[in-house]
Design a protein around this ligand. Structure first.
Ligand code: FES
Length: 120
């Protein structure tokens, strides 16, 4: 059962920006892109860097540590450890296979952004 939690006012993020928010005991990456809010796990699945410290280009979040990239709309991995040089990138893929982000449903209600944590 989804557990909807308010995370802040509807205008809390300008379009094209992101931040990490805490929802209960879960750290969430909240992104506003194309006028819509998206939510995903806050830490990179490679080595747990804070994704909010990375960059956002349209719908793609780039990890600040080693350049893995994710489509925030569905959490899919679009590049894995892209900033590592060739041999290091190959080694990194052996020890940590490419993974996407867990995403969470969002909605706007009563002027607030809501995120659903847990099963739908
Ligand atoms: S921690 Fe994100 S790519 Fe390594």
């Amino acid at each position: 059962m989804a557990d909807w939690k308010p995370v802040g006012p509807e205008d809390m993020l300008a379009d094209g920006t992101m931040k990490e928010v805490q929802v209960g005991s879960t750290a969430i990456l909240l992104v506003r892109a194309g006028g819509t809010y998206y939510a995903a796990q806050a830490r990179c699945p490679h080595m747990k860097a804070h994704l909010a410290r990375g960059t956002l280009a349209q719908f793609e979040v780039t990890c600040p540590a080693h350049g893995s990239r994710f489509d925030i709309r569905d959490g899919s991995n679009t590049a894995w450890v892209a900033d590592l040089p060739g041999i290091a990138q190959k080694a990194a893929r052996v020890f940590a296979k490419p993974k996407g982000l867990q995403t969470y449903p969002t909605r706007i209600q009563d002027g607030q952004v809501w995120v659903a944590i847990g099963d739908e």
